[in-house]
Design a protein around this ligand. Structure first.
Ligand SMILES: [Zn+2]
Ligand SMILES: [Zn+2]
Length: 347
């Protein structure tokens, strides 16, 4: 099969021919229909993700058609169209039994701990407990974005911070996950204020329904948000993993506000100095979040199928496998609005 292989940090991926993957007994082999290019892939590409050992095939936001079914897999048949969460939980341990699959201690993460979906085919273990049916009406490029950014934003807002209708939600960073959070918060009936430093991305967010935008390159975003919201946001989403935005997210909250750390702090941002006086005096809550348990897919798919949220503004570019390197390198700079999805795996 054709695949893009990460062999050296910060170098173009090797577009190469590899043997087709073996089908795991408890899994399936998918023909990949689409795979998103995500900031988390960029973390691998720069060498700042300790889970990734080279060489590795990146790609964790995928959907596909079942081509092969393992002997111990019962839910799936050849030809089924499926989507996968990026965390493949075991389905057996106490964490999984309590519904918290994102904390499964033996989780498998394609693209990081196992070969990913920057390839024509991917082996997906633990298929019965993790995969969901890709609705007929959903196009693969959009479904690919669900596997990571949209699910992560959905679980951060609803499963962690408990965002409610009428509340103000401030979103720091309008990459894939930030834009998803804005669209979903809006669908939940919350009001949204979006912060970025790229005017084009702010205009894009505004055009797709953000109630207010703040350019952090021009003004103190926390003060601006307190002003816009009449005292501070109820929920702040940090979608970059950067110390400065985490600090501003906390400072933008009203009393009893909740901050969700969705961005992955990597490199020099793994350690941050935070305004704990604001946490104390504001009686704030800080939630870490990562991924979404697969049992929560139906709630999200139902919201989308019901026409309550249009996620198409997320997809900016449909690209070929050979473009993946350029898309990864683009995360070095403030990127244009929307995300890139690989939809062409051929020659
Ligand atoms: Zn991702
Ligand atoms: Zn488990």
């Amino acid at each position: 099969m054709r695949a893009a292989l990460l062999t050296r940090y910060r170098a173009p991926l090797d577009i190469t021919d590899l043997p087709d993957p073996d089908c795991p007994e408890d899994g399936v082999v998918l023909k990949v229909l689409a795979c998103g290019v995500c900031r988390s892939d960029w973390h691998s590409w720069t060498g700042s993700d300790p889970d990734v050992v080279l060489p590795q095939i990146p790609g964790h936001e995928y959907c596909g058609v079942v081509e092969e079914v393992g002997a111990r897999t019962s839910r799936w048949r050849r030809g089924d169209r499926v989507i996968a969460p990026f965390i493949l939980a075991c389905g057996q341990c106490p964490a999984c039994a309590s519904g918290n699959q994102t904390t499964c201690p033996t989780q498998v993460i394609p693209g990081f701990t196992h070969p990913g979906a920057f390839a024509e085919r991917i082996a997906v273990p633990r298929a019965d407990v993790n995969l969901s049916v890709l609705p007929e009406t959903m196009e693969p490029a959009l479904a690919a974005a669900l596997g990571c950014r949209v699910t992560t934003a959905w679980h951060g807002l609803t499963g962690r911070a408990g965002l409610r209708a009428g509340e103000w939600c401030a979103i720091f960073g309008t990459g894939g996950v930030g834009l998803s959070a804005m669209l979903l918060a809006r669908a939940l009936g919350a009001r949204t204020v979006v912060v970025d430093v790229v005017p084009e991305k702010l205009a894009h967010a505004k055009a797709h329904g953000a109630d207010a935008i703040v350019n952090a390159a021009e003004t103190d975003p926390a003060a601006a948000i307190r002003e816009i919201t009449g005292g501070g946001a109820d929920v702040a989403v940090e979608a970059l993993g950067i110390a400065e935005t985490t600090v501003n997210a906390l400072k933008s909250l009203r009393k009893l506000g909740r901050m969700v750390q969705i961005g992955m702090p990597a490199g020099k941002h793994t350690q941050m100095t935070l305004p704990m006086d604001a946490v104390y005096s504001g009686q704030l809550a800080i939630f870490g979040t990562r991924g979404m348990p697969s049992w929560r897919y139906p709630s999200l798919l139902s919201l989308i199928a019901g026409g309550h949220v249009d996620l198409t503004p997320l997809i900016a570019r449909r690209v070929a496998l050979s473009d993946a390197s350029a898309e990864l390198a683009a995360f070095d700079r403030p990127a244009p609005p929307g995300v890139a999805v690989i939809t062409d795996f051929g020659r």
